[in-house]
Ligand binder design. Sequence first.
Ligand code: CA
Length: 228
Amino acid sequence: MKLLIIEDEVKTAEYLKKGFGEQGCAVDVAFNGIDGQHFALVHDYDAIVLDAMLPGLDGFAVLGALRKVKQTPVIMLTARDRVEDRVRGLHAGADDYLVKPFSFLELLARLYALQRRGRCQERANLSIADLQIDLIARKAWRGGTRIDLTAKEFALLAALARREGEILSKTTIAELVWDMNFDSNTNVVEVAVKRLRTKIDTTFSPKLLHTIRGMGYVMEQREAETVS
Ligand code: CA
């Protein structure tokens, strides 16, 4: 997940950056509204954590400018005694809000919830070559042949297919598919990828799930690849 944090309190911003970094997220930080708005408009983030009270340009102004062009999910951080800020934020297009002080785990959970919601609205079906995935019914086919997948295998397939052409590290995959108690010292991801590959690639061509040594895995159709 690629995140932007717009927060003028350096300590809070650093704490969030560290926390999300440990979760395998890529995090950009802006310490004022002007930089924040610039980053938000120029780059594509999976979500933005936006403080309401910022020097220069406040969070509502940043959100207003952003919503004219983009629907990046936004969680606003508001002060406990400012109920009107929450209402104003939601009206301005914030997807969720958290009242300061908040727990990092709650922020993380809400961000993942936003991701899930966003992705559902995005597309109900995915296809790569002759692989078809129905994200609502949670079913997959290759060349019209139904592929029998466990819930975890389907989640892994969906995570990779949604990011077609994007190399996902094991850490990222673990974050996307497993819960926060996932033990990164195990080879669970490798084993799961191997099982998924057996089901979706072994008896089909072209191969779609590729290992990128030292980096992770990518799902894509490679035009130049010779079919064996
Ligand atoms: Ca602030």
